[in-house]
Design a protein around this ligand. Structure first.
Ligand code: ADP
Ligand code: MG
Length: 238
């Protein structure tokens, strides 16, 4: 587990200023949700925490260590994306363990970590299937399994449920909340869906045009929004 701190974080793409100075503390073990309209910079902010985008200025620390210029694989984070490209020719088991195999982990350890992840995600009966034989929700669980086996201190999710149908989204919300309780890891979860944010978060960060509008618990944001943008955004599920 680890806390994540951002100080004065900015991002420019050429002359386009996308993140305009973000200060944020995500506590150890917290489920923190970034919510905001499309294009406000949620993915960019998450990718900077993951190390997939450079930080133009400002600082980032994870678990008290300065990570501003540290490579993605050294940060103790794992990211789960919206489009979960699994290897179609490999079994679920091999998909989950593939990253560990690439980084030279011994077979027995890969098998053990894969078994733990499969149990957490209820994938045990499906380990010998290929991705083509799975439902959308099961595939997304495999993608989450690939993150879990790396034992990250921080999980980063970028709209992981937006390709799923409504009923499955509701089910996966519950599963992800349960997973958070089981793993007790720090999780940062990006969504443009207010209902997801309100039901899953310990802490919600409302973003608009590259700036934080408000940070608070779901109840705080609902009862004491700082401004009309937050009130309108939290108050109007799509
Ligand atoms: P969100 O995830 O909230 O929808 P993004 O972080 O993807 O928003 O994008 C924020 C803004 O940054 C958008 O205007 C987007 O077009 C721009 N942007 C994102 N990535 C790049 C890039 N690699 N180059 C230039 N502009 C980008
Ligand atoms: Mg995005």
């Amino acid at each position: 587990m680890a806390d994540v701190s951002l100080r004065g974080v900015k991002k420019q793409f050429g002359s386009l200023s996308v993140i305009k100075g973000v200060d944020l503390d995500v506590k150890d073990g917290e489920f923190c949700v970034f919510v905001g309209p499309s294009g406000c910079g949620k993915s960019t902010l998450l990718r900077m925490i993951a190390g997939l985008e450079d930080i133009t200025s400002g600082g980032l620390s994870i678990g008290g260590k300065d990570m501003t210029s540290v490579g993605p694989s050294e940060r103790g984070v794992a990211m789960v994306f919206q489009s979960y490209a699994l290897y179609p020719h490999m079994t679920v088991e091999d998909n989950i363990g593939f990253g560990l195999k690439m980084t030279g982990h011994p077979k027995a350890e890969i098998a053990q970590r894969t078994a733990v992840a499969a149990k957490l995600l209820q994938l045990e009966p499906l380990l010998q299937r290929k991705p083509g034989q799975l439902s959308g929700g099961q595939r997304q669980r495999v993608a989450i399994g690939r993150a879990i086996v790396r034992n990250p201190e921080v999980f980063l999710f970028d709209e992981p449920l937006s390709n799923l149908d409504a009923a499955l989204r509701v089910q996966m919300r519950t599963e992800l909340s349960k997973l958070h309780q089981d793993l007790k890891a720090t999780m940062i979860y990006v969504t443009h869906d207010q209902v997801e944010a309100m039901t899953m978060a310990d802490k919600i960060v409302v973003l608009s045009a590259g700036k934080i509008e408000q940070v608070g618990s779901p109840l705080e944001l609902y009862h004491r929004p700082n401004n009309l943008f937050v009130a309108g955004f939290i108050g109007s599920p799509k």
